[in-house]
Write a protein that binds this ligand. Sequence first.
Ligand SMILES: [Zn+2]
Length: 148
Amino acid sequence: MKQVFKIYIDQIHDGKTLSFDKYLSKEDFEIEDEENLIFEKPFHLKLKAYLADDLIIINYDVNFYVKIHCSICNELTEIEHDLKNQYFTKEVSSISLCFNPLEEIKSSCLIEIPPYVECKNNCPSREDIKKYFKKEDNKHFPFSKIEE
Ligand SMILES: [Zn+2]
């Protein structure tokens, strides 16, 4: 992972809190777009890091958008994710001078993305599909009466 953002032990010594509030690109997170996973907007990361005994506490909010194909109509739909008050810790002894917290943050973001989405949380094409199912229930085959 690129070293775009490092937390130095020095910055959080003696009860100091490191605060960070920035927009990061997907390149900063080393995320690549996939066919069904497109990140067009930057990630908004608000982070605080501080020491508690032998642990570095990293507390963050992250807001991001991802475009996914609707599982009903296949149109791209954008969903917003807003992760609030997330935590992870690092042992001070495992760090020599500094570390990059973005790998952990990236994982927490990717886990949030659902495998299936529907546009506008209720795809307009759903109605068409319902009609189709209804016909089936009534034992009418939708293609049995194709008119020329
Ligand atoms: Zn849709």
